[in-house]
Design a protein around this ligand. Structure first.
Ligand code: ADP
Ligand code: MG
Length: 683
């Protein structure tokens, strides 16, 4: 019964799970503060006192339980908003309690909301500090008498049985020595029952390192194995096509970063192994041209390529700009999306089968589902880092030898995230923008300043520039989003009346054809203003557009704002981004807006985003097993992660199959863990 409950509530299946359920914290039963010492600066506090009264106050929605606890120095208020019935049952006026929690001040009086409480037993006389573990518990478990203390009893009993060999070392001894880490058995003991705060710190460090190190060893093994085992097509030479575009038709000099990345791609694809590379480049860093040159490299070696884009608009745009650059060259390019007509689709599918079409540009779904190639050599996944292992695997089925894969990210991701979630890929960074770009000036304005904003947009249009107005997609309701956008459209129209001003509008409800026409008109400069939802977010390139107004900016996430802003500042003109908000914005939203106004650097923004949201929320990483850390955090333990990465890399490079005796405990551990988290499925 209890076991069932533990299973359901805390995911505990075995004694190992119990051991891995680390305490949230420890309390030193000998450390009790007088109530009077609590100040507004106090954070957490433990006090002991007598319960003198309690009462339920407020009506249904505001119902709360308030109790008073008194010690020799003063009175502390305790409050509960949930589980009131259960708490009330366990309160006894006149009894002594040990109370722990985060303090706050309410009406000038100290208070703890939802404190942890237990009957007070004075610390053993003369006993040394005893750090008692406090385990996470749930209301349901508590209701059955299985609180954190009960769990503490289980683990304590467990440790009387356990021998060091039951928690065998899994990090090679030389590394333990070199880094001065606590051994595994000691660490686990001290995680639960620390002999001192210092021992706890050492145990925590060891456990964090172990977790990160094991993950990094796995990722490096996968990467190495793949590089070694997977045969891939070899692009042996740089030929006619690559050289012609490079020397004759490229309208600019490549940036240093672009050249470096091309070299990396060239070296990956030339070895006869399959390339799996993640290309991280800030918005506007010029990833498209890198993609195109890589495709020409494939073509020079007799292979076909495809670019998969997340939206039709983007596929269309890639198709236009790439066809333009290639128009004098003997390369056949096709566009394939959901709205490609049947006859054209037939022609393209046939052309790809008989190799009369060399490049196909399209949307993910279409290419993944329907296309067969004669000899696919390179797949480029644009503006997405969500492209998972499973999807990659599906592409391999399209060719005898797996094609090379280049994944280009929509926005930079923090280095720590890249190392964990994408640690099995090789990655390149393009952290340089083409010369002559002026940083986009970003400002925050309230709705009340709208007239001024509109005047500003008008002067820009008068100068010959174009402007975007972006409205949020309201996730819960497509209908609401639509109404929002329509209202916005009418409002913009009232400031910019036709026929003097021409406005394009693009949104998710339009038929693809209409979307394209409207987009097309804006790209060509026929319209002055683009009113849109976030469908415009990714990739679109209109260098003449110099103003972006983001409506209800508080509703957008950081990386989304950064992507949107990346639509301006693409030409040589000074560009502007205006973040409009209604007045009410959460603390986090204000923080996001502040960051946007302070920097244009996508890598900095990515780091901040990770700090604000935590890794669990970053797009596309939610299901990544690589991020399910129990004790380590990629936000707070950056240094340890770097260290784990370096050590894992050098270990795996030196002993690629973990055959050395010194690494056998590590190898055994990895094998014993395989079934537990599905890591074996990777690659
Ligand atoms: P992103 O990396 O965001 O996909 P794009 O590939 O769309 O960026 O490039 C943004 C703009 O910069 C395009 O107009 C492109 O032609 C231009 N561009 C790319 N590389 C260079 C370069 N080396 N010098 C000047 N302009 C460049
Ligand atoms: Mg792009």
């Amino acid at each position: 019964m209890r076991a069932d409950l533990l299973k359901k509530e805390l995911n505990i299946f075995s004694f190992r799970d119990l051991l891995e359920l680390f305490p949230n914290r420890h309390i030193d039963k000998t450390q009790v503060s007088p109530i009077r010492s609590i100040t507004p600066q106090t954070d957490y506090v433990q006090v002991a006192g007598t319960l003198i009264s309690y009462d339920t106050i407020g009506d249904k929605r505001n119902r709360r339980l308030v109790a008073q606890l008194r010690d020799k120095s003063g009175v502390l208020e305790l409050a509960w908003f949930q589980g009131i019935n259960w708490v009330t049952k366990n309160l006894n006026i006149g009894s002594d309690y040990l109370v722990f929690g985060r303090t706050g001040f309410f009406n000038g009086k100290p208070q703890i909301v939802h404190p942890e409480m237990e009957p007070y037993v004075p610390a053993m006389a003369g006993g040394k500090a005893f750090l008692e573990p406090v385990y996470p518990s749930t209301e349901k478990l508590k209701a059955r008498g299985l609180n954190g203390r009960q769990l503490a009893k289980f683990t304590q009993a467990l440790f009387t049985q356990l021998q060091p060999r039951d928690i065998a070392e899994n990090i090679p001894q030389p590394l333990i020595d070199k880094l001065g880490l606590m051994n595994r058995y000691e660490a686990w003991r001290n995680m639960h029952f620390p002999v001192s705060p210092q021992a706890y710190e050492a145990a925590l460090k060891r456990c964090k390192f172990e977790e990160l190190f094991i993950a990094q060893v796995r990722l490096n093994l996968v990467r190495l194995q793949r590089n070694k085992m997977s045969r891939g097509v070899a692009f042996e030479k740089v030929g006619e096509l690559f050289n012609t575009l490079y020397s004759k038709y490229l309208p600019f000099e490549l940036t240093g970063a672009q050249k470096r990345v091309l070299k990396e791609i060239r070296s990956d694809t030339g070895r006869g192994h399959q390339m799996n590379r993640l290309l991280q480049g800030d918005v506007g860093s010029g990833k498209t041209i890198v993609a195109l040159l890589s495709m020409l490299l494939a073509a020079d070696n007799g292979y076909q390529s495809c670019i998969m884009a997340p939206t039709e608009i983007l596929a269309q745009q890639h198709y236009n700009s790439i066809s333009e650059l290639l128009k004098e060259m003997p390369v056949e390019v096709a566009l394939l999306t959901g709205s490609t007509r049947t006859a054209e689709r037939k022609r393209i599918l046939q052309g790809l089968l008989d190799d009369t079409i060399h490049f196909v540009i399209g949307t993910h779904a279409v290419i993944e589902d329907t296309v067969q190639f004669r000899n696919l050599g390179l797949v480029i996944v644009d503006e997405q880092h969500r492209f998972g292992v499973a999807q990659r695997a599906r592409l391999w089925e399209k060719a005898e030898l797996p094609p090379h894969v280049l994944v280009m990210t929509a926005t930079p991701i923090p280095r720590t995230l890249a190392m964990t979630a994408y640690g099995d890929l090789d990655y390149s960074i393009m952290d340089e923008l083409p010369p002559g770009r002026q940083p986009v000036a970003t400002v925050h304005r309230y709705e009340t300043a709208r007239a001024g904003v509109m005047d500003f947009v008008r002067t820009e249009i008068e100068k010959g520039r174009q402007a975007y107005f972006i409205y949020p997609l309201i996730e819960e309701s497509e209908k609401l989003s639509y109404e929002d956008l329509m209202q916005g459209y009418e409002q913009v129209k009232s400031f910019f009346p036709e026929p003097k001003y021409r406005i394009s509008m693009v949104h998710g409800r339009q038929p693809a054809e209409q979307k394209e026409t409207n987009m097309e008109r804006f790209v060509k400069g026929d319209t002055h203003i683009m009113v849109s939802t976030t469908v415009i977010e990714v990739g679109v390139n209109v260098p003449n557009a110099s103003v972006m107004v983001i409506e209800s900016a508080e509703k957008f996430g950081l990386s989304q704002l950064h992507q949107l802003r990346g639509r301006v500042g693409r030409g040589s003109e000074k560009s502007f981004c205006i973040l409009l908000t209604g007045g009410k914005a959460s603390k986090e939203a204000r923080e996001r807006i502040k960051i946007m106004c302070a920097t244009n650097d996508g890598f900095v923004i990515a780091e901040k985003d990770l700090e604000i949201r935590g890794p669990g929320d970053i797009e596309g990483t939610r299901q990544s097993g690589a991020l399910n850390f129990k004790v380590a955090s990629i936000v707070n333990d950056k240094g340890l992660l770097e260290l784990a990465r370096t050590e894992a890399e050098s270990l795996v490079n030196e002993d690629t199959e973990l055959k050395m005796a010194i690494n056998s405990p590590l190898k055994e551990f990895l094998q014993s863990q395989k079934h537990r988290n599905g890591w074996s499925k990777i690659s």
